[in-house]
Write a protein that binds this ligand. Structure first.
Ligand code: NDP
Length: 272
């Protein structure tokens, strides 16, 4: 029998660590599968995924800049994907294409299981209002955080995102320079780090911060993490654990089994 086929679709895609992660999961669980990188032209997401399905592909992960197009591609969606308005995992079933968003579950699992952070009642500041921020809202609220403030460079986008959760009294929106009070956890879901920049927050925001979390990974101590540490944050972490955990959640969606992430995360950290 042929191996089951999976892939990650993006543009660019050459940097993706997902094939190595899924190969390690497959070895660990004894599942016979292949996982490749698919570079889709910027105007060719649908055609690329159609061709992969026609060739027998059973599912894909989706990364920048196609998470919104993946949302439209799915005919059925999980609740957390619907809340996010973005999809990073598609499963091709007999009944059609099912879409999920595993980023938020990946973050929550990294925070709770790998980093040992108690999210219940925690005051959380989420920087950014793009695809990554949207994906983590519902899972953070589901984990029982006490307050969730979204701060974004373009404050209207923070307000729009918060408005999707107006029924939940814990959510608010802010600009960077008017962030209200101090927070237990500050999560950088902006791409400011790409340009060597850091969201301009008052140092008092970090006064009792137990963890500053940079979703981007593999950059060492970024300007955001350094700023947070110097302002009093007790601990700093990057998003490599989130990457591995969202992959495990995708593997569960496709294969019905959750791999053990700890050895795979160790492997990636050692290779870095
Ligand atoms: P988007 O392009 O959708 O959103 C980018 C966000 O960053 C926007 O809120 C934007 O603000 C803000 N931003 C961009 N430049 C700056 C700047 N110079 N200063 C302040 N804010 C800025 O990107 P994503 O949400 O998809 O990704 C965000 C980050 O999360 C990336 O670094 C990505 O690598 C990481 N990520 C990590 C994952 C993991 O598994 N570890 C998974 C998904 C994402 P504005 O609205 O004003 O433009």
């Amino acid at each position: 029998m042929n191996s089951a086929r999976y892939a990650v679709v993006g543009n660019p895609i050459a940097h993706s660590k997902s094939p190595a992660i899924h190969a390690a999961f497959a070895r660990q669980t004894g599942h016979d599968l292949t996982y490749e990188r698919l570079l889709a032209p910027l105007d060719g997401f649908r055609a690329t995924v159609d061709a992969f399905r026609a060739a027998g592909g059973q599912g894909v992960n989706v990364t920048l800049p196609f998470k919104l197009e993946a949302f439209a591609y799915a005919v059925r969606r999980s609740e957390r994907a619907t809340a996010a308005g973005a999809i990073n995992a598609l499963r091709f079933d007999a009944v059609g294409v099912f879409g999920d968003n595993t980023d938020g579950a990946g973050l929550v699992r990294d925070l709770e299981a790998n980093l040992g952070v108690d999210l219940r009642g925690a005051e959380v500041l989420l920087l950014g209002a793009g695809g990554a921020a949207r994906g983590v809202m519902l899972p953070l609220l589901g984990a029982g955080v006490g307050r969730l403030i979204i701060a974004n460079r373009t404050v209207e986008r923070a307000e729009q995102l918060a408005a999707r959760f107006t029924h939940d009294g814990r959510v608010g929106a802010s600009s960077f320079d008017t962030v209200p009070g101090a927070f237990d956890i500050v999560i950088n879901a902006t791409s400011a780090t790409l340009g060597g920049e850091v969201p301009p927050l008052a140092p008092s925001v970090y006064a009792h911060c137990v963890l500053a979390y940079e979703m981007m990974y593999g950059q060492g101590e970024t300007p955001f993490l350094r700023t947070a540490r110097e302002a009093g944050s007790a601990r700093q972490a990057d998003g490599l654990g989130m990457l591995v955990e969202q992959a495990a959640e995708s593997f569960l969606l496709w294969r019905g089994v959750r791999p053990d992430t700890a050895p795979v995360l160790r492997l990636l950290r050692d290779a870095a």
